[in-house]
Design a protein. Structure first.
Length: 110
């Protein structure tokens, strides 16, 4: 039985390169393939960084709540919202991949 293992790609370049590629890709791509590629390449790293930062910050708030029910509830709600938001982004990317396959576009990851 083969276990599904996600492929992790290391980011090459810096944030300015990513923004330049995003702008160039949006301007140069008149087709759906280029648009989907730009959205996926930008959404996944940004959402991953965002969820890690939100979870770290809300975990800190949870530890520093000192048993105050209001602060505990606020930190737990923030953790829940971060996870739900990340799941939403992953489902959106999955839908984009599905549309990509449905239309027969040749999306190739580098």
């Amino acid at each position: 039985m083969k276990i599904l293992q996600p492929t992790v790609y290391a980011a090459s370049g810096d944030f300015n390169d990513l923004l330049t590629n995003l702008q160039t890709g949006m301007r140069d791509s008149k087709d759906a393939e280029g648009f989907i590629q730009v959205i996926i390449d930008f959404a996944l790293p940004l959402s991953t960084i965002s969820v890690v930062l939100l979870l770290a910050f809300s975990s800190y708030k949870l530890m520093m709540s000192k048993g105050d029910p209001e602060k505990l509830r606020d930190a737990k709600d923030q953790i829940t919202n971060a996870v739900i938001g990340f799941i939403f982004v992953l489902v959106s990317v999955g839908i984009l991949w599905f549309i990509n396959d449905l239309l027969g576009l040749s999306y190739v990851t580098d």
